[in-house]
Design a protein around this ligand. Structure first.
Ligand SMILES: [Zn+2]
Length: 363
């Protein structure tokens, strides 16, 4: 079972907060469908893996792995479960996966043009890097050097990557892999959790299309209900895949069953960082706060109909939460002591806020 935690943290001291919309749904089909660029470079990824984990993989093994674990196979797997569990065949839904400077995934569905689910390249690299840094930190908490490097890296991800939508450079990736330092266990944990998060995100987005297809209506007063419903369906599919695809070529490991919660925590840390560094409060009536979504997910995970081994997963998540708390404490402390002044981009943050305000007005 879960570790007991003290959730009652003192809220950060701050001035009048800004209110801001986030996860704004795209309104321009062409731009969103075909916009963005691709930074993906499988060859480079391959060389990096061989360089940092020389004793563990051969080139063939990595290529074989990439054949079974990629966005498209996971997308197909999720669709298969929508058909099986809900009788929903979303054949017309396509996958879009380019770099559009956002870590949010979304589904575009105006019911006239082909619908597509967008998973940004930035999402992929950020979530993977986040998990690597968090798990390494958690594993070697007592090692001050690793502690410091991992804190800095998570802060970098939240500040530069999540808030400003910048892709990590190759040198940032290298710095992270040097901290991970050939630790194959950490790589495995991060990768396994990563795929569970990918499946959860894909299923969440397809769930929106499914809910629309069965004519489910949500009152304007409670638009957040649709998000909860999409989460419930997505998590059901994750757990089904964990239980039923065991031992198959593209499967999800049972110990990753709390990875969707880590994904919510990832967003929570992102908003928290924005609040502490830039005094920005997110506000979006349609998207409930990550912590609320997480609590709903827990109610599903412990239903009797899902039977699988959960002990290792609980242990992993316990360690993750220790680091999650630590990050929050350290961030606030360092901010109050003005140790973070050098990394603040106050003007750029203000610019983003103004741009979003303008976009909001033009709607
Ligand atoms: Zn949604």
């Amino acid at each position: 079972m879960m570790k007991k935690r003290n959730n009652q943290k003192k809220p950060p001291k701050m001035d009048m907060p800004f209110l801001e919309k986030f996860m704004v749904a795209p309104d321009n089909y062409e731009i969103f469908k075909f916009g963005g660029i691709s930074l993906r470079d499988d060859e480079r990824g391959l060389r990096t893996m061989l360089q940092y984990f020389p004793d563990f993989f051969t080139e063939e093994q990595i290529k074989e792995n990439m054949k079974h674990y990629n966005l498209q196979t996971m997308f197909n797997l999720v669709k298969k479960y929508f058909k099986k569990e809900y009788g929903y065949v979303g054949t017309e839904i396509e996958l879009s996966n380019r770099y559009q400077n956002t870590i949010n995934s979304y589904i575009y569905n105006d019911k006239t043009k082909p619908a597509f689910v967008h998973i940004d390249e930035l999402f992929e690299s950020t979530v993977m890097a986040f998990l690597l840094a968090m798990f390494k930190w958690s594993k070697e908490f007592e090692n001050l050097e690793i502690y410091g490097e991992c804190f800095k890296y998570v802060l970098f991800l939240m500040n530069d990557v999540c808030i400003f939508g910048e892709m990590q450079s190759e040198s940032a990736n290298k710095a992270l892999l040097e901290t991970v330092n050939g630790d194959i266990q950490i790589l495995q944990l991060a990768e396994d959790c990563y795929w569970t998060i990918v499946v959860f995100s894909l299923a969440h987005e397809i769930a929106h299309a499914y809910l629309a297809s069965i004519g489910k209506k949500y009152s304007k007063k409670h638009p957040e209900k649709e998000e909860y419903d999409a989460d419930m369906i997505a998590y059901h599919i994750v757990l089904k895949i964990i239980i039923e695809e065991h031992g198959k070529s593209a499967m999800l490991e049972d110990y990753t069953y709390l990875a969707p919660m880590m994904y919510m925590d990832f967003f929570d840390l992102y908003y928290y960082t924005d609040r502490v560094l830039y005094k920005t409060w997110f506000y979006d009536p349609e998207h409930p706060l990550p912590i609320k979504r997480k609590n709903r997910l827990f109610t599903i995970a412990y239903k009797d109909k899902y039977i699988f081994e959960s002990e290792n997963g609980n242990h992993l998540y316990g360690g993750f939460l220790d680091v999650y708390d630590e990050y929050k404490d350290q961030l606030l402390l360092k901010m109050e002591r003005r140790k973070l002044d050098a990394i603040l981009h106050i003007e750029e943050r203000e610019k983003i806020r103004r741009n979003r305000d303008d976009e909001g007005r033009s709607d």
